[in-house]
Design a protein around this ligand. Structure first.
Ligand code: MG
Length: 331
């Protein structure tokens, strides 16, 4: 069997490939390791929790409405650190560049990375560059790794019955922005990617109350993230369809494209489960930040299994874990 595009699409099919790629006997440095398949690893060191994560970026187009490959490559790593409760400290960057790539474009990518780093209070401290022959690669690939420090670790598997599910804002913006741009849609209002570094917001939110579990709904979108959280926690999640924040423009573009906005990547959002006693304080911390102003309660956690959507017309259906993100090369 050979690798196909679905193996990189962040859903059930990618999960099958990961069964091969995660077969390391040496996979844990004393805290949370590869076996947990969380947003990052944790290495206890000298009384602190070091958080460590890595992410490669192949998004096309390289410059898209609301961002570019530089911003996404910094935000991807900062957000995975933040999802573990980690304050981002230092990032590395490996760039693989195709012969013929415009140096002006590289300068724009670097400036955009630097802006995102500045916003999150992190630094890019080490890097590597390789150039491949024309045709060997489609433009540029950027890998970033990052280390952070967490006062309190937050996992993606800590949901308990009684928790309330909160999303930090509108769902589907990034994936639908990429797809609408590729298809040349003109919907009046341009759909922009939500790509953003979330540490500033998460720092406030972590101080505001208790979070039992959280995850950023990137490839595979909300549907993938909430299913992973429910399955790992051994609980049932019930979502109320009419409470899901989805922009009108995103909903209509998604409809035209035949794509479920719940299955596409977000690059500046968080899904979290919080105890009832922390809902108000966490929501107000989210609402006070520019990246959380559309935050909403969308459901709750009960005993059982699966993710169930209570539909707007009074029915119920499963939100299935998607086979993969319907938008290829989305991040
Ligand atoms: Mg993540």
């Amino acid at each position: 069997m050979k690798v196909n595009m679905m193996h990189g699409a962040g859903g059930e099919v990618m999960g099958e490939l990961l069964q091969t790629l995660t077969k390391f006997r040496n996979n844990n440095a004393g805290g949370i390791g590869l076996e947990a398949m969380d947003d990052g690893a944790v290495i206890p060191f000298s009384g602190t929790n070091l958080v460590f994560t890595t992410d490669s970026h192949i998004v096309r187009p390289i410059f898209f409405p609301g961002g570019d490959i530089g911003r996404i490559s910094v935000c991807g790593t900062i957000n995975d650190l933040a999802m573990m409760g980690g304050k981002p400290i230092a990032l590395s960057c490996g760039m693989i560049i195709e012969e013929g790539f415009e140096i002006d474009d590289l300068a724009k990518i670097v400036a955009s990375m630097d802006d995102a780093l500045g916003e999150a209070g992190a630094n890019l401290v080490t890097g590597d560059t390789k150039v491949m022959e024309k045709g060997a690669l489609d433009g540029i690939v950027i890998n970033t790794s990052g280390i952070g420090i967490a006062k309190n670790i937050v996992r993606d598997n800590g949901l308990v019955p009684g928790d309330v599910i909160i999303v930090s804002g509108t769902l589907g913006d990034h994936g639908i922005a990429i797809m609408a741009h590729r298809e040349g849609f003109d919907l009046g209002e341009q759909i922009k990617s939500d790509v953003a570094p979330l540490w500033g917001m998460m720092e406030k939110v972590l101080d505001a109350g208790t979070i039992h579990a959280m995850k950023d709904p990137t490839r595979g979108g909300f549907a993938s993230a909430i299913n992973e959280m429910a399955k790992k926690s051994g609980v049932c999640v019930r979502i109320q369809e009419e409470k899901l924040p989805i922009r009108k423009s995103v909903r209509s573009a998604a409809g035209m494209l035949g794509i479920d906005p719940l299955e596409v990547a977000n690059e500046g959002k968080v899904v979290m489960g919080v105890p009832l006693s922390s809902v108000d304080s966490i929501l107000s911390a989210l609402h006070s930040h520019k990246y959380g102003k559309d935050a909403a309660v969308v459901g709750s956690v009960t005993k059982g299994a699966h993710v169930i959507m209570e539909t707007a017309i009074g029915g119920e259906r499963f939100i299935e874990p998607p086979m993969g993100d319907p938008v290829p090369r989305v991040c």
